[in-house]
Write a protein that binds this ligand. Sequence first.
Ligand code: NAP
Length: 259
Amino acid sequence: MDLRLTDRVALVTGASRGIGAYIAEALAREGCAVGICARSEEDLTETADRIRKAHGVPVYGESCDLTEPKAPRAFVEHAVEALGGVDIYVGNVGGNQRGTFMEVSDADWDDIIDLNLKSHIRTSRAAIPHMRDAGGGSICYISSIFGRELGGAGLSLYNTTKSALISMGKVMAQELTPEGIRVNTVAPGSIRFPGGSWDRRVKEDPEAMQQFIEENLPIGRFGRAEEVADAVAFLVSERASLITGACINVDGGQSHSLI
Ligand SMILES: NC(=O)c1ccc[n+]([C@@H]2O[C@H](COP(=O)([O-])OP(=O)(O)OC[C@H]3O[C@@H](n4cnc5c(N)ncnc54)[C@H](OP(=O)(O)O)[C@@H]3O)[C@@H](O)[C@H]2O)c1
């Protein structure tokens, strides 16, 4: 299937490594110019060089901390200057901090809300006027199956912010779809890639992780970052023209949510 993404400009946050880097690479493979950001300049440069070399598309990299209030807009404006516009925004950056509800502090809440929610609010607010100028666009947020259902004790920060992201995307879709801007969310399950958290846990305790797979993952293995990236590439493309306001599980059947 031709996704008709050639020469589109796509921005992906948190894309020096992990799922974000795979998404940027999948979009570059389809012919998009890509703008990526992360804090570590070294990782970012390496990833930008690798994608540029492999796919022959323009790649803009910006080292920034997206929890800084002015950083998301600066990233978007610099990327637009370098790449000529923005058609697609993938809000991938996100993180987790474990702790029971009574253990986590106001500062912990602020940190995770800034990272998992406000970074996306600010980046989207900066990107949407450019999509309007282009006559439309597409936004995809990376949430989690634990934004759709209970993740468990110790996950109040993660569960709450990932649910809020799905909720925000749904309302944005109501407001922006009439202008030709589709907004969707992807909810990955447990995704293993080299250097990622699941990879670390498998190396630390392979037996416990085998048991985790047997009890939780009907597909019998962890998800791959490429599988998330391919779903995102389809969703942001015109081939998904009727899909907006949706949240799509990419989880090999891991989720128990009925909605
Ligand atoms: N991995 C999974 O199994 C899984 C499952 C469900 C959902 N997800 C979601 O998928 C997304 C990506 O997860 P991942 O596992 O690929 O994460 P990851 O391996 O930790 O990568 C995170 C990326 O974001 C960047 N980053 C982190 N904090 C940043 C900040 N403040 N400002 C700018 N960039 C920042 C990191 O680079 P620097 O550290 O250099 O900044 C890195 O490029 C997250 O939203 C996560 O919640 C992941």
